[in-house]
Design a protein around this ligand. Sequence first.
Ligand code: SAH
Length: 460
Amino acid sequence: MLSVVGIGPGSLDLLTERARTRISSADVIMGNERYIELIKEIIPTNAELIIGKMGTEVERAKKAVELGNRKNVVIVSGGDAGIYGMAGLTLEVSGDSDIGVEVVPGITAASAAAALLGAPLSNDFAVVSLSDLLVPWIEIEKRLEGLATMGIAVTIYNPKSKARTTQLERAHEIFMRFRDGETIVGIVKNAERVGYYSEITTLSDLPDFYHQIDMSTTIIIGCSGTKNIGGRMVTRRGYERKYDYDLGDIDSHERGDSVAAGARVWEQSKAIVADIVSKYPLSEHERRVAGRVVFANADPSFMDLIVFKHNPIEKGIQCIQDGQTIITDIEMVKAGISKRYKENVKCFVNNPKTREMAVKENLTRTAAGFRIAKELIRNNIVVVGNAPSTCLELSALLEEGIKPALIIATPVGFVNAAESKEDMLSTGIPCIVIRGPRGGTPSAVAITNAIIELSFVEEQ
Ligand code: SAH
């Protein structure tokens, strides 16, 4: 009989009953020196030991199959024998021989490390090995890229050995490209063994701990749902989604899986956008705002059209934190602005006085709306998402000495849109503009909401 037995991470009390039984009734035990050492207390005195070196696995597996015909043979693997262990190879080598190969599962390093860190694998996760001894590095890199964009926790096995040191650095670069530097990362060395060490840090600080990382280390890179809760690494399972305050207290059953699916799409999109904006020489805040425009339009070319002038984001944050008013040109822009700030958003286009003025003064209704709002516009935020004529009216108000604190101008169209936005850029007032004929409500709303979000984050 031949059993391939996972012995768990190290400590004997994490060995399964079945593994213990197979080992104590073995005639022959095969394995790496390290694993044999870990179980030496329970090896029967009359068992024959065949200690193999790394790199002699195929030979060992063949020998085990041959001996298994006559004797109780146990091949030991660290952790789980079927996870980067000897089980697969033994089955391959045994082929269709009569010998029955039994695989006895064990506690894998990911489970052991996760338990020591807290509960970082409470939601979807993947495991990837950085060892390119058996898999070409280019393939590993592709997997890492895919996983990094997926927004799930990723467990890394074989992060580094004495001879292999660059793979971890490459993996880190890839994750930094797609994930927030603040993502929680756990490091566990020698889980359940002598020399145990663990650390909870962030993705951007991971390189500070490279000197601790070796081939007995498992790294768990969290996702956006992963938190450091009182020094434990915890990935939220999704219970927090049961009540969504923004949408009101709707039970998740009513919304089904759509929220989770939506969150996944959102995570992936965020990663793609992060990659696009990273190539532009912008400040972190500008990247956030520009990224929202790219995301809203699903169009990277907006990166070449968006212009920030006179520190507009900082001005916007200050205004929002002071609770100042936002005046929009059309109702659709108003409707798109974040619910958390909606009390402070005004639009005058449907005001009865606006209609009157538009007729009387031969203005467009949106332009008349701004004229009606004249006094309110002073020192507040104006958002023009649709009508170039509103920008022209804004220029007229400026001449009268009425200055808003911030102008967000993204009107759209072939007539006057581009020119009216260039005018806004030369007012000397902090402004964010989408150059050229393109833009529209989605861009205006994206910019405004990104600033609102930043204002709330910075306030905490
Ligand atoms: N079959 C094993 C994995 C073998 S790959 C299992 O299921 O656990 C070897 C890698 O596993 C190591 O490079 C390391 O990343 C991880 N590993 C194994 N034992 C570990 C331990 N006790 N503590 C931390 N990581 C461990």
